[in-house]
Design a protein around this ligand. Sequence first.
Ligand SMILES: Cc1ncc(COP(=O)(O)O)c(C=O)c1O
Length: 394
Amino acid sequence: MSYNFDEYIDRTGTNCAKWDHYAEQFPGMDAQDCIPMWVADTDFRAPKEVIEALVAKAQYGIYGYSRAKTKSFDEAVINWVEKRHGWKLLPEWIVPTGGVVPAITCAIQALTKEEDGIVIQPPVYYPFKDTITNNNRKVIENPLRLNEEEGQYEIDFADLEEKLKDSQVKIFILCNPHNPVGRVWEEKDLRKIGELCLKYNVLIFADEIHGDLILPGYKHIPMGLLNKEIRDITITSYSPSKTFNLAGLQASAMVIPNEKLRLEYQKRLRINRMTELNYFATTALEAAYNHGEEYLEGFLEYISGNIAYAIDFVDKHLPGVRIIKPQGTYLVWFDFRGTGLTPDEIDSLIIEKAKVAVDLGRWFGKEGAGFARFNFACHRSTLVKALNQLKAAL
Ligand SMILES: Cc1ncc(COP(=O)(O)O)c(C=O)c1O
């Protein structure tokens, strides 16, 4: 393999959010002894083909206006989604956007009115809630249920149906794979969601940004692949930013097969002046999608190794703690409730005593109290150090 993920890269001093700015999030933490395992980017270099393409573009030296939607952009997205997920897209369905969260905001603005309801499934990626409330829409929650025996989260479909029934509800935001609980939703789950949304005239925003990050034994199924009816009420987001560590370039592609929805969406992009991407973003997306398969395989292998190491360590050395075994993503959801500590004590154990900067469970919704999300896209030595600090703190 020509990629070595087992190389420690020092990111400090590069103005990176994860390593240089965590004190803004965790006041009082000191860069000398804190281990940052929060924010979802990776501590690995992007694929060499991406770096080479960006260097070539930088060297050209003219950084004027460009166009995001080109034949080469569409082809890169089409080929990648077909190769990895078996869904054959048409070029006209693809709408480039500068990041997924701005794209969700745009969908909310384009397709709902103030006071409309939008359903999310906490514990879930917290910016979903912000995009809803910042636009004066209502957050409607369909909390996931932790099946304690299986150690996995499930969807409460009876509650979902109750929530979707409300005529004010206009969009359901799906997170697949689910951040932070790591579920890769099965076809039967997706079908039920799709059928309920069809029944109650609710659109689906399928955030599949983590869709490439599927661990062995699981399979990502695009929502839009299920059938034409479901496809026609779905907007799907794809992006190379998590897979290839390109989050700072803000490159993503929305897939909107339904023409009417697409025209509404594009109209809002124009109003917001969001139709074009950064000059470097499209280059990075194309290089990653055209050349990234070998990188992705190596990356998944390294992450799987980190997960296996941590599961074994937690089992042996962290009594009362358990890992909700992820099926996808590099984000790992730790359950600390078995320690007998209160949620406040758990937060302070991780942050103040162990000095590991994580995304605290309660950020993802009240259901997350007593949990924490660890980012495993790091060098093994970072993980080992963090786990040992947790052990000492406990
Ligand atoms: C589910 C999910 N959606 C969107 C994003 C962010 O996407 P972007 O940086 O393209 O706005 C993240 C980042 O962690 C995420 O986990």
